[in-house]
Write a protein that binds this ligand. Structure first.
Ligand code: PLP
Length: 273
C-alpha cells in the first residue's frame, strides 16, 4: 500500500511522520474523506474547497491544492480498487510540546482505504452531548474527532451505526460523520449550517438535487418525522429505520427512496459535480 507523504509516494510500512506532529499531539489538523470510484474521485473540487476553508479557519498555511490533486491521483493509481475512500490529512506539522505552532511546515498525508456500499437503511441513536454552534472550530473539518469517536462508540453499544447530536439550544444538528434529514408532511428538511453542522458535500448535493429545505428543527422532531435519512460521502443517502427506541418500519420510505434514486442517478453522471 502506497501513501503520499513529503511530496511523493511512500510505502505505508516505512512512511514516518514526527511523533511531535501537532496533528498527533494537539489535534491541530484538518482532513477530507473523498469517495474514489474505480480510481476516480467523487466531488473532489468541493472537497478541496472545503479543505482550503478549513485551513483558513484554523490559520494553517494555505494547502497546495494542485499537490493534493496530484497526490490523490498518484495514490489511486498505485492502489487500484473498485470503491475506495481517500483520506487527505493536513496538519500543523512538527511543533513544540504545547499548543504554540512551530516553525516547521505543515504535513500532508493522502492515503486510500477500501470501502463498500452501505446498506440502504441503518439505526441511529441520539446522544446527551451537544454540538457547539458558536465554537472556534464550528463548521471546520478538523482532526479533533474524539467527541465523535465517543458518541459513535455509544451508538455501536446500542446496535446503531450513527449518533445524532443536538446543538446547545436543543436543535437537531448532525451525526458523528453525517448530516441528517427528516421528512415532514412529505417535504424534506435538514438543519441549516448555522445549527453548527458540517457543510457536508453530500448534504449540499442532496439539497440541490431534491429541493430539501434548510430549517431549524427541534431534536424531538425525530420522534414524529415521517422519515429520517442520513447523508455522507461514505453513506451517500441512507435511510434510518430506528432512532433510539422508535422504529420507522418500511424505511426507506417513499420520499427517502426517491432521494436515494435521484442521488444515485445524478452522482453516477458526474464524478465532480
Ligand atoms: N458531519 C460530520 C461531522 C462529518 O464528519 C461528515 C463527514 O465526514 C459529514 C457531516 C458529512 O459530510 P460529507 O457529505 O462531506 O461527507
Amino acid at each position: 500500500m502506497k501513501i503520499w507523504l513529503d511530496g511523493g509516494l511512500q510505502d505505508i510500512e516505512t512512511a514516518r511522520v514526527s511523533v511531535f506532529d501537532h496533528g498527533l499531539t494537539v489535534g491541530d489538523g484538518i482532513f477530507e474523506t473523498v469517495k474514489a470510484v474505480d480510481g476516480r474521485p467523487f466531488a473532489l473540487t468541493r472537497h478541496l474547497d472545503r479543505l482550503a476553508r478549513s485551513a483558513r479557519g484554523l490559520g494553517l498555511p494555505e494547502p497546495d491544492l494542485d499537490e493534493v490533486r496530484r497526490a490523490c491521483a498518484a495514490v489511486m493509481d498505485a492502489n487500484p480498487m473498485p470503491l475506495g475512500r481517500l483520506r487527505i490529512t493536513y496538519t500543523g506539522g512538527h511543533g513544540p510540546l504545547g499548543s504554540d505552532r512551530g516553525e516547521h511546515g505543515p504535513t500532508l498525508v493522502v492515503a486510500l482505504g477500501e470501502s463498500a456500499r452501505r446498506p440502504d437503511s441503518t439505526a441511529a441513536v441520539t446522544v446527551p452531548w451537544t454540538r457547539n454552534e458558536r465554537g472556534a472550530l464550528t463548521g471546520l473539518k478538523t482532526t479533533s474527532y474524539a467527541e465523535n469517536v465517543v458518541a459513535l462508540a455509544r451508538a455501536r453499544e446500542q446496535g446503531a451505526t450513527e449518533a445524532l447530536f443536538a446543538n446547545t439550544v436543543g436543535q437537531l444538528c448532525e451525526g458523528t460523520g453525517s448530516n441528517v434529514f427528516v421528512v415532514l408532511d412529505g417535504e424534506i428538511h435538514t438543519p441549516p449550517v448555522a445549527s453548527g453542522c458540517l457543510a457536508g458535500i453530500t448534504r449540499a448535493l442532496t439539497v440541490e438535487w431534491t429541493g430539501a429545505k434548510e430549517t431549524d428543527l427541534p431534536l424531538d422532531v425525530l420522534e414524529s418525522a415521517e422519515e429520517v435519512f442520513l447523508t455522507s460521502t461514505l453513506r451517500d443517502v441512507q435511510a434510518v429505520h430506528r432512532v433510539d427506541a422508535r422504529e420507522l418500519p418500511g424505511a426507506p420510505g417513499p420520499v427517502t427512496a426517491k432521494a436515494m434514486r435521484i442521488f444515485d442517478e445524478r452522482a453516477g453522471d458526474d464524478l465532480d459535480p
